[in-house]
Design a protein around this ligand. Structure first.
Ligand SMILES: NC(=O)c1ccc[n+]([C@@H]2O[C@H](COP(=O)([O-])OP(=O)(O)OC[C@H]3O[C@@H](n4cnc5c(N)ncnc54)[C@H](OP(=O)(O)O)[C@@H]3O)[C@@H](O)[C@H]2O)c1
Length: 253
């Protein structure tokens, strides 16, 4: 894993950059001139082909393994990537909807992995990125939340609880933040990704609301990742970002 002296003064760390919403966010940040560090279990080969190693770095890391995350954070890679950047953006995007089902259908290990991936890793990264970017004039943290953080769904207790945790983390951090450190937990809408395919693959016993998401897919109501990412970044990079600790892409102008 190579580390380069990247020229860009605007740097973004995007988790879950290999598929879906995260891939669209990483691609559009690169187009906007950010140097991007993508963190996921695999690599985005096509994006790497289109960008130099100075612009785009990747780290293969299982964010559900908090010990490995802590080891990586202690390795110095993140600090070297951020360097002397004046604008630093963290997008905590990687997440899982699993395990889907009522309590007696949940595998305890899957519960622990979901909490690690959806909550522990974003909170660890938020702290580490903030510490590593003390010199930056503009620091922004985005948690990718969900409507499930704000409305309960049968069968999604772990997902709802973990996304609500991100929302409340953002509300609390906002109280000790300032204009040089802004945070917002943003629900992206219903986006046509692998995660939605997983939702449609649930059984009615696991997820009674399944049909609603099947119908949305069939009637073309899912948002394309690139459209959700473009709308989100318009807000994230605007002056208004951080005035509210939680928001929803569907509520943005
Ligand atoms: N799609 C929707 O309708 C929707 C709605 C509300 C909220 N969201 C939220 O949006 C975010 C992105 O979801 P998506 O729909 O784009 O999902 P997706 O298509 O399934 O992509 C998930 C991304 O996260 C990475 N990832 C998964 N597990 C990981 C792990 N253990 N360690 C590191 N990276 C991991 C995956 O990369 P690897 O497989 O390479 O690791 C992938 O890049 C999630 O936080 C999700 O909860 C989505």
């Amino acid at each position: 894993m190579s580390v380069h002296n990247l020229p860009s003064t605007s740097r973004a760390i995007v988790t879950g950059h290999t598929h879906g919403l995260g891939a669209a966010l990483a691609e559009q940040l690169l187009e906007r001139g950010f140097a991007v560090l993508g963190v996921a279990r695999s690599r985005h080969a096509a994006l790497a082909q289109r960008h130099t190693a100075d612009q785009f770095e990747q780290v293969e890391l299982d964010l559900a393994d908090t010990t490995r995350v802590a080891q990586w954070l202690a390795s110095g890679h993140l600090q070297r990537f951020i360097g002397a950047a004046q604008q630093v953006l963290l997008i905590n995007n990687a997440g899982t909807v699993q395990p889907v089902g009522p309590l007696d259908m949940q595998d305890p290990l899957a519960v622990a992995q979901a909490v690690s991936l959806n909550v522990a890793a974003p909170l660890m990264l938020a702290s580490a990125v903030t510490t590593a970017s003390a010199q930056a004039a503009d620091r922004r943290i985005v948690h990718i939340s969900s409507g499930a953080a704000r409305n309960p769904y049968s069968g999604w207790s772990v997902y709802c609880a973990t996304k609500a945790a991100l929302d409340h983390h953002a509300r609390s951090v906002a109280l000790d933040a300032n204009r040089a450190l802004r945070i917002c937990s943003i629900a992206p809408g219903v986006v046509d990704t692998n995660m939605q395919a997983e939702v449609r693959a649930s059984t009615p016993e696991q997820f009674p609301n399944r049909e609603r998401f099947v119908e949305m897919k069939q009637s073309g109501k899912l948002t394309l990742p690139r459209d959700a990412a473009a709308k989100m970044l318009g807000y994230v990079l605007s002056d208004e970002f951080g005035t509210l600790p939680t928001t929803d892409v569907r509520e943005l102008p």
